[in-house]
Structures are given as C-alpha cells and as structure tokens.
Design a protein around this ligand. Structure first.
Ligand SMILES: [Mg+2]
Length: 289
C-alpha cells in the first residue's frame, strides 16, 4: 500500500486537565481555571479556554498567569485522575483500531487505514470517536484526519477547540502555503524568529529556498523539512510494544505469619500488577513528549 493511501487521525483533548476539573466540579464551569503548582516556581499545566482568553497558557510560570488573570481559580489537579480518564479515552480508540501511538496523556495518533472497510471513512470514525468521548466521558476532543501524521496533527490544531477537520490530498495546496513556518515540525520558536528576520514567514516563502540554502540552515534535517513543507510525511504510527514483564515487590516491617495475611498481600499485588498491565498500553504511561 502506498503511503498516501493511509488514513491517520490525530486526537487531541481540549484543555484536558482543566476540562476534567470543570467536568467534575460544576462550580468551575465557565470560569478561568488554571491547573498546576501554586508555589513560587509553579508552572501552569493546563489553562481553561476562559483563562486562555486572558493570555494564560500551559508551561507558563503560575506567577505570570496569575498576573494576567487575577480572578483565575487555581487547582492543584490530580495526575492519577487524569490518567484514569486517559485510559477510558484509549478504550474508545481501541474500538476502532489497535494502531495507536500515544503522544502524551491527552493526545494520540491512530492509523485507521485497516478499519475503513468496517467503519467507512476516516471522517466517520473521527465523528464517532468525538461523539463517544462526548457522551461517555463528557469531554470534548478535536480530531484531524489526513493521509499522514504531520497533516493530521496540523488539521486537529486548526480545528481546535471541539473541532473536526479533514485535510484531503487536494486541499494540501490550499492549506499549507500560507501557514507560518513554525507550524513545520522541527521549526521551533527560535528558528522561526531567525527565519522571520530573513523575511521568511510562511511555508510559501520557505519553499522558494533551494536545497543548498536549506542544507546550510537545517543540516541533515533539511530533507525532512523539504518533505514537510510539501505535506509529505512517511513516518508510521508507532504502536508501543507491550512490556515484556511487570513485577511488584514489597518489603514488610514484620514477617507475615498466617496464610490469610499472605493471601491478602498477594491479592493486592495481583491487582496492582493487573492495573499496570492495563495502563502500560495507554496514552501518557508509555511515552511523553
Ligand atoms: Mg490537548
């Protein structure tokens, strides 16, 4: 099968931690919410869309976010609770494909190429995933659909929040050229600023530069940049291998003497190992970006 025949979804939860807090605490709904550390060196882990309207962003120092939005409600958050929700979301993904590459606790690529016969188009699968996440998890997700990972992620970014966007191959030339260069993978803020100073602001501008120029600026990555600015990305969706083994050990302050005590401990440990076996196939627990 040719690479352009693939159907890839990028699913990204909207303001995930903040949305879970607003879901579980109705008094937070419609309000600016910041999830993260409150100490002097605390960092914003997530900002609700109400807080984003004031310029608050994730990874921002909490002190700065509080200055931007003094009325924001700050919540410490609970990673284990978010992890549990993430697992429920992944259960929904698995109803459509086992080709799932988690990127973080709230984001994943799905290769649904092999599922089209069963479910129709990538767009239909995306609609169905969005509606199950809405009805069963009571949260919103944005999904991008395209023939590769780069375009699928671009589509979900462009559709946010609570959106669905399909970039069909014939749309690539409408979408890509006018985008800012920092939308290209591997071009971070610093590189983008350097390019801006050279008058290169859009993908269209970057396309005009020849191979030598690209090589001088991006070194061995220039070939990849050349592909991405034309919407080409052959990278497969990497479903992580399940772990080879999972163990659990415990040291006791006093020896366990009765069969009943030993059984109780064994039961606890078996449950813990079983839980981790489940988690090990889920977003966020395997690979974080
Ligand atoms: Mg997200």
């Amino acid at each position: 099968m040719r690479a352009q025949d693939r159907t890839i979804l990028h699913v990204d939860m909207d303001a995930f931690f903040a949305s879970v807090e607003q879901r579980d605490h109705p008094e937070l709904r419609g309000k600016p919410v910041l999830v993260g550390g409150t100490g002097d060196r605390g960092v914003v882990a997530a900002a609700s869309y109400e807080a984003r309207a004031y310029g608050c962003r994730s990874a921002m120092p909490m002190t700065l976010a509080r200055r931007l939005c003094p009325q924001a409600i700050i919540v410490k958050g609970s990673y284990s609770r978010y992890q549990a929700v993430s697992e429920q979301i992944c259960d929904i993904f698995r109803q459509f494909t086992d080709q799932i590459q988690p990127l973080s606790i709230d984001e994943a690529f799905l290769d649904v190429t092999g599922s089209l016969v069963l479910f129709g188009s990538g767009e239909k699968i995306a609609q169905e995933i969005r509606s199950r996440i809405r009805s069963q998890i009571r949260l919103t997700a944005s999904i991008g659909v395209a023939t590769n990972k780069f375009l699928a992620k671009l589509a979900s970014d462009l559709s946010k929040p609570d959106g669905l966007m399909v970039i069909h191959p014939e749309m690539v030339e409408k979408v890509l050229p006018s985008l800012a260069v920092d939308r290209i993978w591997g071009i971070g803020t610093k590189t983008a600023q350097r390019l801006y100073r050279l008058g290169i602001k859009t993908v269209h501008d970057l396309r005009k530069m020849d191979d030598n120029w690209l090589a001088a600026h991006f070194g061995s990555y220039s070939h990849r940049i050349r592909e991405l600015i034309y919407g080409i990305d052959h990278q497969p969706v990497h479903a992580p291998d399940p772990p080879k083994s999972i163990g659990q050990q415990q040291t006791f302050p006093e020896d366990l003497l009765t069969q009943q005590d030993i059984r109780n401990v064994l039961l606890e440990q078996a449950q813990s190992v079983g839980g981790r076996l489940r988690q090990s196939r889920l977003p966020g627990s395997v690979r974080d970006r």
